[in-house]
Design a binder for this molecule. Structure first.
Ligand SMILES: [Zn+2]
Length: 224
């Protein structure tokens, strides 16, 4: 489904044997990464909405971790002519297995990628800069750009220490990376919920970061 979505919007798409979806349109620039698997109900889960928040009605986690990240990546793909490189991984929740598989067999696909944004952090303003003893961006320039981009769109972004995610794997591969908040709250619990305005805020933040990085895009004024 995801592969078709991106190919219909002018992306070259590869799906590897781990079912990771890699999609590129235009120059490499910044890699945007999110994960497709989640801890939600295995069948079509029930989702309720109250006061602007999505929540689960099944007793299983909502799955906003990391459908919020995937949704932002898909929204970016709908911005006409935005150069974009996207990696949607599998088996992240069991140790970033998909991301490791991708790097083991397709590292060449990331040639020319200068930095990465992982869209897989709870809350609204975190910029994860290290986890599991790994520094994500030793030079700090990419981190500073992403934090500045947040402040420019009204997000009080700040550096924090995080947990295992695909960002650890990308950093280990030598790619400057940060993992930013995409709006889900209380992940991995039955109380996981997502305020849509938080996802929009992260979308504006990510767009601003891409623009500052030279991807040549501005967020339409109407968003959020
Ligand atoms: Zn996640």
């Amino acid at each position: 489904m995801c592969a078709r979505f991106f190919s219909r919007r002018g992306f070259h798409v590869d799906v590897d044997r781990a079912a990771n979806v890699f999609a590129r349109r235009g120059a490499p620039g910044v890699l945007v990464c999110a994960h497709l698997d989640d801890l939600g109900h295995p069948s079509r889960r029930g989702v309720g909405m109250m006061d602007g928040a999505l929540y689960s009605i099944t007793g299983a986690p909502l799955g906003g971790d990391d459908k919020c990240g995937v949704a932002i990546a898909m929204y970016l793909a709908c911005v006409p002519d935005l150069p974009l490189t996207v990696l949607l991984t599998t088996q992240e929740e069991v140790g970033s297995v998909g991301c490791q598989e991708f790097l083991a067999h397709s590292r060449d696909a990331l040639d020319g990628v200068m930095a990465a944004l992982v869209l897989d952090r709870r809350g609204t303003c975190d910029v994860v800069v290290n986890a599991c003893g790994v520094e994500f961006d030793p030079q700090g320039e990419w981190t500073a750009l992403v934090i500045d981009a947040g402040h420019e769109v009204g997000v009080p972004s700040r550096a924090v220490t995080g947990m295992m995610s695909d960002a650890v794997v990308l950093a280990d591969a030598g790619i400057p990376v940060v993992n930013v908040s995409v709006g889900y709250r209380l992940p991995h619990t039955p109380a996981e919920h997502v305020y849509l305005h938080d996802v929009y805020a992260s979308l504006r933040w990510v767009l601003r970061a891409l623009r500052k990085a030279g991807s040549g895009v501005a967020a339409p004024r109407s968003w959020g």
